[in-house]
Design a protein. Structure first.
Length: 712
């Protein structure tokens, strides 16, 4: 390696092409100083300068030209500027193959032009020769596209045309000292289809693979046209138009087609038709090769299917995705992830990404990210933080996980991950904590009033104070739980009711105020007990790990009806059940679902008419599934309606009734904790379904549950 005046290291070798590399002021070019070049570009240049084949490197989006001596002397000639964009040159590769170059660079699809007639310079004289040009993608260290490498290989004129009568190969065999049988062996042994058309569309040559595909012999196929060899009309007409084009322009034609094989059935083929020139440079025949790409197509289809499945899983989980490229420092967000933040497309720096996080959480998130991406780390990133949505202005809670990836040298290359909006979960947690806190304050305030209410209670004050201390301590412990209301909390509440009964029996006489306070304590304790029981039931649904099994919903409903038969009879009621389906379900959850709905119907029944409950089922139509993106259109869904004739509710509250602790009536009107319908919603969601309701005041309510018959 040598160092130039511009600080650019290059191999001392390189001939005439290496000279401008060493002398060019690279700071004035789009590539910049070589010290900043990617390792993949330097590697490509080293390879280029050390091979005898003509090689051209087209780097980046502007296709900056870099080439070796062989390319300069044999192929390029004049009109190419070293280190300048290809569009500023007269390169034929740029003027005729721009679309193919783009596919090679961006999609990584190799592109080859075989046996193209070009004018080259040999010993200072122009000469006609046939060359094969092979374009391949140069990949950066991080896997992104960097440029295109063009490798050129000279071929004989005769080799450009798999010929009809092998006489077309005899001059080439003589000139290269390669026996004619070598060409014959290669053409006959290849699994590709090799053939030659005369200009009247007749087959002048067909190799063994093509004859096998037709199921014909040489004698029955050669000299015949496309239709005579079994090609359908559309297929024959297409190739005849292509033969006319090749004959008229001297340009090759490439395409893809599907047609039946005599042994293997319908297959997919990639083909290319090229001109065969005579000594005068006129097209005298059209040669072609066809390759079976059926397996490659199938493999690509399977990969696409897997990618679709992964994308659907991410979509169903309502996850956003993100990627951080360490080489560029850029963070890219998926549309769903960007929508969580209330922003459009995001392709910005890591600092810009961190700026979206609220200030109080930002430092902790940065620490976790740096720890995950440090050398030698496991690469696992997990953080929860708050952001302010830039459209709604609301604060949201985001849970992000990711995995960092390193190269063989332990250097960070990229981080990929997913995000989920967990605001709703945290709101439920906060609601539970606030509810418990309010209940604790209420009980503490009531106890203080009781202590000062009547001097007659002084004799038992010590015992009551100790009980109150234990009660407050129990409720303080309760406020520390985020998601679960433990069944152990029921015991202290029961004791309050017991103490109230003991006070009633032990005190000689209570005045009106003391009696009212004791009743208030007893009522509060009962409400607390009911709340804990309902929260416990709800938590069992949230944390359930039971398995799904085939379940007859007719039996479930009949069992629930027996549990409520006395209450139904008191309201002169009846339950009408249409035939319900058998589905994959968790039995105790289905029992809880219908039990809550029946209890709800009884609670909100009216004395003006006998209670009536109607339960029906119908299959969800295909068009309804397609209109609902949250449903799996491969499954069968049942819509189960649960209708009562109670007091009903305002349609404006149709969504609110499923929110936890949401009540439409005061406790003095109707009892309850506001958890029952929230539990129903969670059960249906656990089963991959949906629940909604419709009603009018005074006309009863109907609850609809959409449930799949199978759990996918």
């Amino acid at each position: 390696m040598t160092e130039t005046t511009t600080g650019s290291p290059f191999p001392a070798a390189g001939g005439e092409a290496g000279k401008p590399m060493r002398e060019l002021d690279w700071s004035k070019t789009d590539l910049g100083l070589p010290a900043t070049w990617p390792a993949s570009l330097k590697s490509a240049i080293n390879h280029m300068l050390r091979t005898d084949f003509p090689v051209l490197v087209l780097w980046g989006e502007k296709y900056i030209c870099l080439y070796n001596d062989a390319f300069l002397v044999r192929v390029a000639g004049a009109g190419i500027s070293f280190g300048q964009p290809a569009e500023d040159s007269s390169l034929e590769a740029w003027s005729t193959s721009r679309a193919q170059l783009r596919n090679v660079l961006t999609l990584g699809r190799p592109y080859t032009v075989r046996d193209k007639q070009v004018t080259t310079v040999t010993d200072g004289r122009p000469a006609v020769a046939y060359w094969t040009f092979s374009y391949s993608q140069i990949i950066m260290d991080d896997g992104s596209p960097g440029g295109v490498m063009l490798t050129c290989m000279e071929a004989s004129h005769a080799a450009s045309a798999p010929q009809e009568v092998m006489s077309a190969l005899k001059p080439a065999a003589s000139a290269t000292s390669v026996p004619l049988r070598v060409y014959e062996t290669v053409v006959s042994a290849t699994p590709d289809l090799v053939y030659v058309f005369d200009l009247n569309y007749k087959f002048a040559y067909a190799n063994h693979a093509l004859l096998t595909m037709w199921g014909k012999t040489w004698g029955t196929a050669i000299g015949k046209g496309l239709r005579e060899n079994g090609y359908e009309e559309w297929h024959a007409a297409m190739h005849e138009r292509e033969i006319d084009h090749v004959a008229a322009t001297g340009e090759q034609v490439r395409g893809e087609v599907s047609f039946p094989h005599a042994v293997l059935g319908r297959r997919v083929y990639d083909y290319i038709l090229v001109p065969v020139f005579n000594e005068n440079g006129d097209v005298e025949a059209v040669a072609g090769t066809t390759r079976d790409v059926s397996e490659m197509k199938q493999a690509r289809h399977e990969i696409e299917e897997k990618e679709l499945a992964l994308a659907r899983a991410i979509d169903l989980a309502e996850l956003g995705t993100w990627t951080y490229q360490a080489t560029t420092g850029e963070v890219t967000l998926s549309p769903r992830h960007a929508a969580m933040y209330g922003i459009g497309e995001f392709h910005n720096s890591l600092d810009d990404y961190f700026s979206i996080i609220v200030e109080q959480d930002c430092d902790e998130v940065k620490e976790k990210f740096n720890a995950a991406t440090a050398a030698g780390a496991s690469g696992r990133y997990d953080a929860e933080y708050r952001i302010v949505n830039r459209v709604t202005g609301k604060t949201q809670v985001i849970h992000a996980v990711g995995q960092a990836y390193f190269d063989n040298a332990g250097k960070l290359t990229r981080v990929e991950g997913t995000t989920q909006d967990v605001t709703a979960q945290r709101e439920v947690q906060l609601t539970l904590e606030n509810e418990v806190h309010l209940r604790t304050i209420e009980l503490a305030a009531t106890n203080e009033e009781l202590q000062a209410a009547n001097e007659e209670l002084l004799s038992i004050n010590e015992e009551l104070s100790e009980s109150t201390r234990r009660l407050i301590q129990s409720n303080e412990e309760l406020s520390q739980f985020a998601y679960v209301a433990s069944h152990d909390l029921q015991e202290p509440v029961r004791k309050i009711s017991v103490f109230v009964e003991m006070l009633y029996g032990s005190l000689p006489q209570l005045n009106e105020r003391s009696t009212a306070l004791l009743e208030k304590i007893d009522a509060s304790a009962n409400r607390m007990l009911n709340l804990i029981r309902d929260v416990l039931k709800h938590s069992q649904i949230l944390n359930n790990a039971a398995k799904f099994e085939s379940l007859d919903l007719n039996k479930v409903v009949r069992d629930v009806e027996k549990e409520f038969d006395i209450l139904i009879e008191q309201r002169r009621g009846k339950v009408v059940i249409d035939k319900l389906p058998v589905i994959d379900a968790i039995e105790f959850q289905m029992n809880q679902l219908f039990s809550n709905l029946v209890s709800n119907a009884i609670k909100f029944s009216t004395t003006e008419r006998p209670l009536q409950i109607e339960i029906k089922s119908e299959i969800l139509e295909e068009n309804e599934k397609l209109e609902n993106p949250e449903l799996n259109n491969k499954l069968t869904y049942h819509r189960i309606s649960f209708k009562d004739n109670g007091i009903g509710f305002d349609p404006a509250h149709a969504n609110q009734i499923f929110e936890i602790f949401r009540r439409l009536h005061s406790r003095s009107e109707y009892s309850g904790t506001g958890i029952g319908l929230a539990t129903c919603k969670k059960i249906v969601q656990n089963h991959g379904g949906q629940i909604y309701a419709s009603s009018l005041p005074g006309e009863g309510a109907t609850f609809y549950m959409i449930l799949p018959d199978l759990q996918s």
